[in-house]
Each structure stands twice: as C-alpha cells, then as structure tokens.
Design a protein around this ligand. Structure first.
Ligand code: FAD
Length: 459
C-alpha cells in the first residue's frame, strides 16, 4: 500500500484522508493539539459553542454528504427560517427574498425597506436596460456590480454578504472567483437581473447566506468524526517544518512534536494548509508556487462569543442576526444570534441566550489590535445600538483567527492555475485547502478529496 502524509488536519486534510481510506497508509500531521482547524467547538459558561465556522455551506453537496457518511446524518440541521438582515441607516433591515449574494433580483422589492435610497433603487432597476458588453478579463466584484447596479447597491447590499463569507471587500474580490455564476453571465454579455431571475425560477442559485446547515452539538464535531472514520494515523501537536525529496522517489517530512523532532518518509504528501504555510514548505522545491501562494492575502477576524442569562437580561433580540456594511463605519461585520438560529443550542441551554459577533475584514487590522476586553466592550456597545440594551453577559470569549480567511483578489483563478501547474511538476505532491477553489467548508472538502484522487491517479 502507498504511504501518504497529509500535512494539516483541518477539514480539507481530513477529507483527503477520508478519500484515501483503504487505499493508502495515511498519516495526518496537525500542528495544533486537536484536529479541525477553523471548525472548532468549545465550552463557554458550560454551553457548547462554535468558535470558528458555525455552519456548513449546503449550496453544494460535499460537506453535508461527508458529514452523513461519517455518521453525523442525524445531527445535520437547518437554521431557523429568518431573512438575511442588514444593520444600516440605524436599523435592522431585512433583505427582500430572492437576493443572490446581496444582488437584488427584484430591486422594486427594496422600496420602503430603507436599505437603498429611491435613487439607489431606480439605479439598480436600470440594470436590465444597460448595454452589456461581454466581460473579457477578471475584474473586482465592486467594479462590475457597481457599473451594473450602482455603487449604493454594492455598498449596502453586496458588501455585507462579502464581509460575512470572505471578510473581504468588493473592490478587491475577484468576480470570477467569488461570484462565478455572475462572472459567467458577464462573460456572455447578458444583463444580470433577468438572467438571475430565470436561474432562480429554474431552482438556482440560492443565496449563500441561507443555504447552510448546522451540526447539532457544534460543527466542531464534523472534523472529529471524519478523523475517527478515515482510519488514518493522526498526530496532533506535530508541526511540519520542512519537506525533502527522496532520491528514489517519495518525500521526507521533518516535523516538530511536543516530544521533540520527528522525521517521516512517505510515497506522497498532501499539503492541506493555509497558503502561507504551504508556501514555506514549497520554497525549496518550487519558487514559483511559493511566490504565488505567498501572494495570497489573508483577512484576520475575531469572534466574540457571549452568553447572556435570559432571566437577567432586560431584552433579547429576535431573528438569526445581522450583517453590517463597511460603509457605516462600525467595528462589527456580523452578529449571529445562535440561540435563535440553532434549535439544538436553544434546547441544550434554554436558560441562556448565546450570540456571537464578528469583527474584522481585510484591511481592518487596527481594530483587532485592541485587547480582548476592548473587543467585548465594542461588541456590546454596538449590539446595544443595533438591537437594544441586552445588559452584561455572564461570560464572553474572544477567539482570534489571525490570517483566517484567504482573499480571492482579482486574478485569483489564474493564480490558482499557475500554482497547480507548478505543484503538478512535483511528483507525489498535491495541495488542497481554503486558498484555492472556495473558502466554504464544502469547497474545502472538495479540494481535499480531489487532492487525494490526484495522488491515487499517480499510481
Ligand atoms: C471565523 C470563521 C468562520 C467561518 N465560518 C464558516 C461557515 O460558517 N461556513 C463555512 O462553510 N465556512 C466558514 N468559514 C470558512 C471555513 O471554516 C474554512 O475556510 C475551512 O474550515 C478551512 O479548512 P482548511 O482545512 O482548508 O484549513 P484550516 O482549517 O486552516 O486547517 C489547516 C490546518 O493546518 C494546520 N497547520 C498549519 N501549518 C501546519 C504545519 N506546518 N504542520 C502541521 N499542521 C499545520 C493548522 O493548525 C490547521 O488545523 C469560516 C472561517 C472562519 C475563520
């Protein structure tokens, strides 16, 4: 049997290990004390809370299918039904149904919502009548949608969604990479809104913000279940430090463990790492791959989780939470009312109300330099303005995700093609993870499984 080392025990690496089960002797090296990466469940005031990803993107099947395959089928659950809400112009304002990543497929439905000015609504409505020259090169989401729908729609409707998914900004994110369906329509030279309405009528696309599923007990259960089911040898607290090609084929990994250095050889290696970590290991073997990977920017974010006593709070908000457009200058980019959103959480801790606030988009590192207690105070103060006076939490925790979300800047798809070509020249080596074809959990599962297939196809 071939031996394979998977470096990185996030969901991408574990999905690769799952794909290899029974077909290779697999060892997963994970630098942290537990597997899961950005899928991490913890306990706060005795309540189970997700500190990283809180849901699985269900627009595409890979994550929910793998969760079911590893025994979590019964734990998959839908969030409470509630419209996507934007905190802007001093109030929480639901986006009308039918939006696609904030793009209003029926701009007239925005009238009276207070989301856009009457001129902003008219400008978005005019999209259908604008000439649509076929797009020939990638551009930013903001440049394309600004030209089609007007800047106000980008600032107030699209930016909040991009902040929620990528912690990114419309003027940087690539249309092709972040909104491939919209890019495909732009390349055909088709007016956007009628085409999106036709696609919706045919059953797709749904908004990314609503098409998610949770895991009862926390999404952190998902990587743990994959790790158990994949049959791989899992070495935690083991950080790969360097990678060497063996003269007869195969690779040697030098790692550092809590007990000291470790050296392992294998026929193949899968790097399931953030781009900057993969860049380090690839430097001696492919300067081109190293340079391209190191060129991918990352946004840092902080998640402020708070547990409130229901008995002692004067006020508790309704709905699933809200998103915030950067144009309003708030520190919060989103808030998720977990006890409203997830029935499993409400049922397991009925006497408390749990919410999480997210802070930090690309370019907003200054706010994240503040100490934890300051971020908690900021979150409480802004929540007070957004929803009402909730009082003081019983407990609060700040979880920092330094360089946690890769940015798919303009030209990202072409960059990924160059990386894959460069890595393809290194036999027995594959890469996967959030840096390539999608940051959502489902896309990460897909890249992990594809990397494993590449390695098996080398046989
Ligand atoms: C705060 C937050 C909220 C999110 N919410 C959602 C959500 O609700 N839904 C959704 O679909 N997506 C969400 N995402 C995105 C998604 O969770 C991530 O993109 C995805 O989990 C990344 O998985 P990964 O395996 O590619 O990378 P990671 O999870 O980063 O895993 C990589 C692993 O490699 C390890 N590692 C790094 N260097 C080394 C080394 N040298 N040796 C050994 N190990 C190493 C790390 O410790 C880590 O465990 C969220 C992301 C963040 C940050």
């Amino acid at each position: 049997m071939r031996s394979v080392i998977v470096v990185g025990g996030g969901i991408s690496g574990l999905a690769a290990a799952w794909q290899l089960r029974g077909r290779a002797d697999v060892t997963v090296l994970e630098g942290q004390a537990r597997v899961g990466g950005k899928l991490r469940t913890g306990t706060l005031a005795g309540v189970t809370v997700d500190e990283g990803a809180e849901s699985l993107m269900a627009l595409r099947p890979e994550a929910v299918e793998l969760a079911a395959a590893v025994g979590l089928g019964n734990a998959l659950c839908d969030p409470a039904r509630s419209p996507t809400t934007v905190w802007t112009h001093g109030a929480l304002r639901p986006l009308p149904a039918g939006h696609v990543m904030g793009i209003p497929t029926d701009p007239a439905a925005l009238t009276g919502t207070g989301l856009l000015s009457p001129e902003g609504v008219r400008r978005a409505e005019a999209e259908e009548t604008l000439p649509a020259a076929p797009l020939t090169a990638d551009c930013s989401v903001g440049a394309h949608l600004g030209a089609r729908l007007g800047r106000e729609a980008v600032d107030r409707l699209v930016e909040p969604l991009l902040g929620g998914v990528y912690a990114g900004r419309a003027d940087r994110l690539s249309l092709r990479a972040a909104m491939p369906r919209v890019a495909a329509l732009a390349e055909q030279g088709t007016p956007l809104l009628p085409a999106l309405r036709r696609m919706r009528a045919a059953g797709a696309p749904r908004s990314a913000a609503v098409a998610v599923q949770g895991v009862a007990g926390g999404t952190g259960r998902f990587p743990q279940a994959v790790a158990r089911a994949c049959g791989a040898r899992i070495l935690t607290s083991t950080t790969a430090r360097s990678l060497h090609r063996l003269p007869g084929g195969g690779w040697r990994v030098h790692a550092m463990t809590s007990d000291g250095p470790l050296t392992m050889d294998a026929d193949a290696v899968i790097l399931a790492l953030p781009a900057f970590a993969a860049a380090e290991l690839l430097r001696p073997h492919s300067p081109l791959a190293e340079e391209e990977l190191a060129g991918i920017a990352h946004a840092s974010t902080a998640v402020v989780t708070m547990v409130f006593s229901r008995a002692r709070s004067h006020f508790l908000p309704e709905g699933n939470g809200f998103l915030v457009p950067p144009v309003d200058g708030r520190a919060l980019k989103a808030a998720s009312f977990l006890s409203n959103k997830w029935a499993w959480l409400h049922d397991s801790a009925p006497s408390v109300f749990v919410l999480r606030a997210s802070i930090g988009r690309i370019g907003e590192d200054e706010v994240l330099d503040r100490p934890d207690r300051h971020l908690v105070r900021t979150a409480i103060a802004e929540l007070h303005h957004a929803v009402g006076p909730m009082g003081e939490p019983l407990a609060a925790r700040v979880t920092r995700w330094d360089r946690g979300l890769p940015q798919y800047d303009v030209g990202h798809r072409e960059r990924v093609t160059r990386i894959r070509e460069a890595v393809g020249k290194l036999p027995g080596l594959a890469v996967c993870g959030a840096a390539y074809e999608g940051v959502g959990v489902a896309a990460c599962v897909a890249t992990g499984r594809n990397a494993a297939k590449e390695i098996l196809a080398d046989d």
